[in-house]
Design a protein around this ligand. Structure first.
Ligand code: ADP
Ligand code: MG
Length: 340
């Protein structure tokens, strides 16, 4: 178990923390934008840069004053630093507990074919995977990974996300997995921490964070692009001149709040007889490769709503040639965020 308490690290104008985070023998994904403080956090845990305050405790041992090489924590950098004159196999085997492990890891990470190659001749994505294999082969007490799949092409990245999920979970050590990709973070992490401006906005299971974001930032960064301001009424939300039925909540009447609904939960309706159904003008249709993103502007509103439609539904409903459509906000898919 890795315990970070009141961890603070300042750069010139940037401050990380105070971070309080406990990572059990599990994988915690840290999701956040570029410049959010992800690499700073990993360097602070690994002891690569001095911290300003706080403690790092691993399996009951206080490591705050220990040098990086004495911590038993391995950090795999974004660029996968390797010994350039050694082959990929030699790099992985360098600190490995058993040579057989090297071959098994190479198989899983799809680098068997390049094991004989000098590290200096490898591509960025290959280097990252060799560095990843090396770090796991070394049997660390905790593992910190900085965007390990970032340099890979989409198909292999998608395959490896699932392989890595199983591989990292099987290690039974605290793993902190940094990424700016929301899908990767939710596939790989048992829990997910969203970090921005050096602060952890929310920590929870991927479903909790995606379905019940605590801040507008978390909502938008995890893909809940339909984020609107509204006022709480006795039984509903008042959004512009509309009333939106929402799940039970504890907000006070007249309180200003945000509410959000993920684009995949906005549905198409036949007419406006039901609650939470709006007629709107279709502003934009974009084919995204696996689904369509349709932008609709509800009549009389300045705001737009995005919805995701499977290609089959898109075709059957003839969205391509329509000017208007009825959309519906499923009551239970509406999530309220405090307007802090
Ligand atoms: P991320 O990994 O999430 O992209 P970083 O942790 O690398 O973010 O950086 C967070 C912020 O700290 C950025 O604004 C970056 O410019 C700043 N920063 C990072 N390293 C240093 C450093 N060594 N000196 C000064 N500023 C730094
Ligand atoms: Mg970084």
């Amino acid at each position: 178990m890795l315990v970070l308490s009141d961890l603070v690290k300042s750069h010139d104008v940037f401050e990380l923390g105070p971070i309080n985070l406990t990572v059990e023998d599990e994988v915690v994904s840290v999701l956040g934008p570029s410049g959010g403080g992800k690499t700073t956090l990993l360097s602070a845990i690994a002891g690569i840069s001095d911290i300003n305050a706080g403690t790092v405790v691993l399996n009951d041992a206080d490591l705050t004053e220990s040098p990086p090489e004495k911590r038993g924590i391995v950090l795999v950098f974004q660029d996968g630093a390797l010994f350039p004159h050694m082959t990929a196999w030699e790099n992985i085997n360098y600190a490995a507990t058993s040579p057989e492990r090297v071959d098994v890891l190479a198989e899983t990470l799809e680098i068997t074919a390049i094991l004989g190659q000098k590290a200096s001749t490898l591509s960025g994505g290959e280097r990252q995977r060799v560095a990843l294999a090396r770090s796991i082969a070394a049997d660390p007490a905790a593992l910190l990974l900085d965007e390990p799949l970032a340099n890979l092409d989409a198909p292999i990245r998608r395959r490896l996300r699932h392989e890595l999920r199983d591989l990292l979970a099987s290690l039974d050590i605290p793993v902190v997995y940094v990424t700016h990709d929301q899908h990767e973070a939710s596939i790989i992490g048992d829990r997910l921490a969203v970090i921005e401006s050096g602060t952890i906005h929310q920590l929870g299971t991927p479903t909790e964070v995606f379905m019940r974001p605590k801040t507008p930032f978390v909502a938008s960064f995890t893909g809940s692009v339909n984020l609107f301001q509204a006022r709480v009424d006795e039984t509903a939300l008042v959004w512009g001149d509309r009333r939106i039925e929402c799940p039970a909540h504890e907000y006070d009447v007249d309180q200003d709040v945000w509410f959000c609904i993920r684009p995949e939960y906005v549905t198409i309706a036949d007419d406006t007889t039901n609650t939470n159904v709006f007629l709107g003008r279709i502003e934009r249709r974009v084919f995204q490769g696996d689904d369509y993103l349709v932008t609709v502007s509800p009549d009389g509103m300045d705001e737009t709503v995005e919805l995701k439609l499977a290609p089959l539904a898109y075709n059957q409903l003839q969205i391509e040639t329509r000017e208007q459509m009825h959309i519906s906000f499923e009551r239970d898919a509406i999530h309220i965020i405090e307007n802090a």
